[in-house]
Ligand binder design. Structure first.
Ligand code: MSP
Length: 478
């Protein structure tokens, strides 16, 4: 089986992380944990990082009145420590101002240039620094503003270097044809296929006027367009080696739907030009609103993942967010729904189940445990969970997991095993055995979905033939 290389987008550092960013990072982390469990930890590499060579960075540092590198150090540290705080198990963290990245970018650009795919020209058009993208009139709203940033793009006319993206239309279509699962979900694939079929324009890859960025190797007076440098992070983080076993294995980029074009059109074309293998998969997730409204600073409805983590813990943050709507679709996040999830599924669900079963098995079986057993039903349950995760149906996998919790709680309550044990211990033992198998399933897969609680679940399940002590898994939030 090929190794698994998973990436998140690298994040702009003009602001601190919000739960939209955390959503993407937690989803990728959950997939990484799943593949570590099923394929072995050494078969998985999961990376994230920060996208720093952007005009946004310069503007934000200027606003704060801080020297740019001091600002970057501070913000990259903030992103990294936020991910650590919320339990993200990244194997490496790349910053695009690091030498290893700059060297890889220079090397790749030279290869693309030597191939004849970079040429000098004049760029005349519109640029939105919010998106860090060149815009067409048709991309703007009726006021002539960028629909995402509600600002008119800047009119630019300058000497630029261009990448011959237009030459790659046929090869991209062939790649999509040969790899039906390259871009998922299917709705995104259709969107990008029609975009490519409409015909591709060459893209400007340098800015003469940019204050900050990586100098273009063929003309250091120009800075490389931030997206052209950022995409390369996926290789620079592997020490710049496309011969790295992880790049040679299965490469999956997890991205938001807003940045699919960059990952499924520009990036593959860059790799084709440089003679490097393409990623096997790109998965584009949706966007979510908060209480039905788009999250934005001006509306003051931006939620910090750290705040949720401090109040409810990391497992609640992970499953509460990823369980709100299916990965790949759009959805909504609401506090009321989150609180309900915490109360019914975590505290009252899995937490209560573990606590009660372990206490009852101590009481009626002196804490003795049933020996491990192999059965078709156990294998099938595990296989079903794994096939959902493998298909990246993360919400469905979460629902399946909590379905096991609900079934076990129903069994516990319907059999009234605490009464049964007093009249028919043998019959009660059968119930306890089934409950123990459910706890085992829940503890194993908590490594993926509830990693913060997994060690406590394992501790409650104890050693070979004895259960550990019962504990409270999800206390009432402060
Ligand atoms: N720097 C680029 C990515 C370069 S990758 C080579 C970028 N950064 S970003 O910080 O603006 O966004 C990063 C990711 O966060 C995107 O995938 C975006 O879709 C995601 N999200 C930002 N807000 C979001 C929501 N409200 N909901 C879900 N995801 C969101 O783009």
């Amino acid at each position: 089986m090929p190794s698994t290389y998973l990436t998140t987008p690298i994040y702009y550092v003009n602001d601190v992380p919000h739960i939209g960013h955390a959503y993407c990072t937690l989803a990728t982390d959950t997939l990484a944990r799943f593949y570590r469990m099923t394929q072995g930890a050494d078969q998985v590499c999961f990376v994230t990082g920060t996208d720093e060579n952007s005009q946004k960075t310069v503007d934000a540092a200027t606003m704060r009145g801080t020297e740019i590198y001091t600002y970057l150090e501070d913000m990259a540290g903030n992103w990294r420590s936020t991910w650590e705080t919320i339990g993200i198990s990244f194997d490496d963290f790349i910053r695009t101002t690091e030498d290893r990245h700059i060297q890889t970018v220079e090397n790749l650009l030279k290869r693309i240039y030597d191939k004849g795919d970079i040429y000098e020209g004049l760029y005349k058009g519109l640029y939105c620094s919010g998106c860090e993208t060149f815009k067409k009139e048709s991309d703007l709203d009726e006021k002539g503003h960028c629909p995402d940033h509600k600002k008119a793009p800047e009119a630019l006319e300058e000497a630029n270097y261009f990448f011959r993206l237009s030459d790659y239309q046929d090869r991209l279509l062939e790649y999509f044809e040969a790899h039906p699962f390259f871009l998922q979900p299917a709705s995104r694939r259709n969107e990008i296929l029609s975009f490519i079929k409409e015909g591709l324009d060459d893209i400007s890859i340098s800015r003469e006027s940019a204050e900050f960025g990586i100098p273009l190797p063929m003309n250091p007076d120009h800075k490389i367009y931030v997206w052209f440098d950022a995409l390369i992070n996926y290789i620079s983080v592997l020490s710049g080696r496309e011969a790295d076993p992880f790049w040679e294995g299965e490469v999956t980029h997890i991205v938001g739907k807003d940045i699919t074009r960059f990952h499924c059109v520009i990036w593959p074309a860059m790799l084709m030009s440089a003679g490097i293998k393409l990623p096997e998969k790109v998965f584009a997730h949706g966007f979510f609103t908060v209480e039905g409204v788009k999250m934005s600073k001006s509306l003051g409805n931006v939620i910090s993942p750290v705040e949720l983590s401090e109040k409810y813990g990391n497992d609640a943050l992970r499953c509460g967010l990823l369980g709100s709507f299916e990965f790949g679709g759009d959805g909504d996040f609401s506090r009321a729904q989150f609180d309900k999830f915490y109360e019914t599924k975590l505290a009252g669900g899995v937490g209560n189940l573990f606590n009660r079963v372990v206490i009852l098995m101590h009481k009626f079986m002196e804490g003795a445990k049933f020996a491990p057993e192999a059965s078709e039903a156990i294998d099938q349950r595990q296989a079903e969970f794994e096939s959902l995760m493998d298909a990246k149906k993360i919400k469905a996998a979460i629902d399946f997991y909590f379905g096991v919790v609900d079934q076990a709680n129903v069994l516990l309550n319907e059999t009234e095993v605490w009464k049964l044990a007093k009249t028919d211990l043998e019959a009660a033992k059968k119930v306890f055995q089934s409950l123990q198998r459910s706890l085992e399933f829940l503890a194993i897969n908590a490594e993926v979905l509830l990693p913060e609680s997994a060690p406590q679940m394992q501790a409650m399940l104890g050693e070979e033939d004895r259960l550990g002590e019962a504990c409270i898994l999800f206390a009432k939030p402060e």
